[in-house]
Design a protein around this ligand. Sequence first.
Ligand code: NAI
Ligand code: MG
Length: 339
Amino acid sequence: MAAMGKTRVAVIPGDGIGPEIMDATLGILEATGFEGEWVYLDAGLAAIEKGKDPVPHETLDAIREIGVALKGPTTTPSAGGHKSANVQLRQALDLFANVRPARTLPGLTGPFASMHLDMIIVRENTEDLYAGIEYKPHPDVAQAIKVITRQGCARLVHYGFMMAREQERKRVTAVHKANIMKMTDGMFLEEFYKAAEDFPELKADDIIVDNCCMQLVTKPEQFDVLVTENLYGDIVSDLCAGLVGGLGLAPGANIGEHCAVFEAVHGSAPDIAGKGVANPTALVLSAVMMLRHLGFHEQANRIANGVLRVCSQGQCLTVDLGGRANTKEYTVEVIAQAH
Ligand code: NAI
Ligand code: MG
């Protein structure tokens, strides 16, 4: 039985650097006064190695029951092999909105370090080419079907506008390719402008995805909230992560009507797994998003302040940010400065 006052959180450590950054993150949560009861669950390679499905049904049931999960990255083989555990998880739990903030942290180096970037990408998470409908009508022809539904568009854009209103944002931009994908992206755009009518205080506009990428690397400070379909959102959010210091810093949340899964934008980083040098910040900031979602604003602020201080001082940065600290040293420093 759970001790009084403890909050249950489903925890999926994941593959590659997953368990290392999850340890660091849970350590920070515990050290800063969040009383969590961690319910460990399997997904991805870790599940397959135990003879289970990539997303076992008990994992799905537990997340549905608990309502929130913190998830490390899971490995998916390219071309062949098992279907992505992430995509399955998002579809099975109907986590339709993937929210990915991209904010510059003070003190970091990089081409955009001196800019004040503060964007949020809201990506549709269950449809599009990621619906997983691929087949070969002929051995030398492969086809994929892009699925876009009116309801899927409507709830995503509505969520994007609501979030923008709650966070007192100014501008919401739809990112699309409706000039070519006239029916699918056309429907997305139609629903976007329909929803915009309910949010007259927000400036609503749209941009074609290729131009958006060019603008993001030349004048990124113009953007505020970007709402987009699944594939464009996947690519554009990594681009935005790059603008603000790299994948090691970019958090994310997968939001559904009944539950939410918080995870970093990055993957399992097999090239550095097991070396103890991964940057846990992206998962730590995902946990901060989880705390806010649960209403623990004080703890969330404390941890966010800790990350901010350590990054702006620049004395204890991980290798991906040009520093020399390993995961543990960085974690200890964040805990020391989280107040
Ligand atoms: P990746 O994001 O794992 O790595 C890209 C590069 O960024 C690598 O050089 C890596 O070392 C570096 N990197 C990523 N996170 C880092 C961190 N926290 N600290 C320091 N460096 C970091 O992308 P990649 O290599 O394309 O994918 C590896 C695996 O991850 C694949 O199996 C892929 O399917 C999976 N993946 C899983 C995701 C998830 O579970 N949400 C998301 C993206 C990819
Ligand atoms: Mg991705």
